[in-house]
Design a protein around this ligand. Sequence first.
Ligand SMILES: [Zn+2]
Length: 266
Amino acid sequence: MSVRLRELLMGLRDLGLKNAPVIVHSSYKSFGDVEGGADTVVKALTSVFETVIVPTFTYKTMVTPLTGPADNALKYGSGTDLNRMAEFFTPKMPADPLMGIIAERLRKHPRARRSSHPIQSFAGINAEKILARQIMTEPLGPLAALEELNGWVVLMGVDHTVNTSIHYAEKLAGRKQFVRWALTPKGVVECPGFPGDSAGFQAIISEMEKYTRRVKIGLSNIHAVPSKMLFREVICCINNDPLALLCQQEDCERCNQVRLLLRSEN
Ligand SMILES: [Zn+2]
């Protein structure tokens, strides 16, 4: 049984988010079959939500320089082969496949606009003011704007490990941010404010439970959390335990860097 537009509309309305702006992170495959494909999901999102943004990050613009700041979880000069494969950022560059096909289709929607960060761009509909909050020193500014507007994070068939808003809250909690570099037509551009690793973010689920709204559409489990409560809970977690939400992978460079800095501070 394919999911139809009508079920998508009803399911998304059942979240009860009214006119709140949303950021959507999604797995198209999580729905099972959708009649009309990913564009049907985009149509549902743009019909139900007045303002919707998606991450359209472009990691293939990233290059590693020969030298750079210390404590940056990066082996300088190690990226020679990858550097050769890097591509110049252009506004029409497709979103990284990690963003999912729904994000990419929304980017191509005739009413969509995209911000111009060479690594961490966002695309959105009716979201010009939110997108305008992104500047080079504040790449996740649109997520701050969303929080101020009482926005919601909608996770469609994905969990908090892809919830970019948690990164912004980490930054507010004082967690270490990194520097990365991107290839652009104007040359290599330094991109400060690059966040840490998100593999440990699912740990926030218990704190967020009381604020979480859930619906099921087709095979996809959809959940939505309010940005404001998310920021509050993440900041609270990190204040209580500076190691909160880090991943357990032994070779995770960014999480290990955060641990190392905390140890040197104590
Ligand atoms: Zn990690």
